[in-house]
Ligand binder design. Structure first.
Ligand code: HEC
Length: 172
C-alpha cells in the first residue's frame, strides 16, 4: 500500500516537472524571439532617423555613387518616369532637370495634393530622403514605389538625375 501511494506521488511529481519544464523552455524561446524582433525594429528606426536628421555627411554619401551605376538603377524608375530632355509625363512626372526644380512644379502633370503642398526644392538631401522612403518623406503622395534602401543605389541615381538636367547642381 505504501509503495502504491509512493508510485502515484512520484508519477504526479514527474508530470509536474515535465509540464513545468516545457513552460519554461517555451517561455525562453518566446522571449528570445521577442528579443530578436525588438532588436530588428530598433535598428531600422535608428538607421532611417539618422538619415532623416542628415547626420550623414552629404558629400561623403554622394561620393558612394557613380553616374554609370545610376543609369542602371534608373531602370527601376523608367517604367513610370522619362528622363530625356523633352520627355513626356508617364505614370509619374517627367524628370528632366528635376534637381533644382520645386516638388510638384510641372504644370502639365496631375500631382497629388501632398506633393504640391510639400513645395520644396529638390536638392541632394531632399531627394535622398524622398528616395529612401517616398511614402514616409511626403505623406500621402501617390508614387507607388517602396524606395531604394541601398546607399550606393540612391547616391548613384541622384547623380544620374542631376546630370540629366539643363542646369546640374554643384556636387555637395
Ligand atoms: C510605379 C511608378 C513609379 C516608380 C517605379 C517611380 N516613380 Fe517617381 N513618381 C511616380 C508618381 C505617380 C509620382 C507623382 C507623385 C505625386 O504626385 O504624389 C512620382 C514623383 C516623383 C518625383 C517628384 C517629381 C516632381 O516633379 O516633383 C521624383 C523626384 C521621382 N518620382 C523620382 C523617382 C525615381 C528616382 C524613381 C526610381 C528610383 C521613381 N521615381 C520611381 C511614380 C513612380
Amino acid at each position: 500500500m505504501f509503495y502504491e501511494i509512493q508510485k502515484i506521488l512520484t508519477s504526479i511529481f514527474v508530470v509536474f516537472i515535465i509540464v513545468f519544464g516545457i513552460t519554461k523552455i517555451s517561455n525562453l524561446i518566446f522571449k528570445t524571439e521577442q528579443g530578436v524582433v525588438a532588436y530588428k525594429v530598433e535598428t531600422t528606426t535608428e538607421l532611417s532617423s539618422t538619415k532623416e536628421e542628415e547626420v550623414l555627411d552629404m558629400s561623403a554619401f554622394i561620393s558612394l555613387g557613380t553616374v554609370e551605376h545610376g543609369k542602371k538603377v534608373f531602370k527601376k524608375c523608367a517604367a513610370c518616369h522619362s528622363i530625356n530632355e523633352n520627355g513626356k509625363n508617364k505614370i509619374g512626372p517627367a524628370l528632366w532637370s528635376v534637381m533644382s526644380r520645386k516638388s510638384g512644379e510641372l504644370s502639365d502633370y496631375n500631382y497629388s495634393k501632398a506633393l504640391i503642398e510639400h513645395a520644396k526644392v529638390w536638392d541632394f538631401s531632399e531627394m535622398n530622403g524622398f528616395l529612401l522612403k517616398p511614402a514616409k518623406w511626403i505623406k500621402g503622395n501617390k508614387m507607388g514605389f517602396a524606395g531604394l534602401k541601398d546607399d550606393k543605389d540612391r547616391a548613384s541615381v541622384i547623380l544620374y538625375l542631376n546630370q540629366n538636367s539643363s542646369q546640374p547642381l554643384p556636387l555637395p
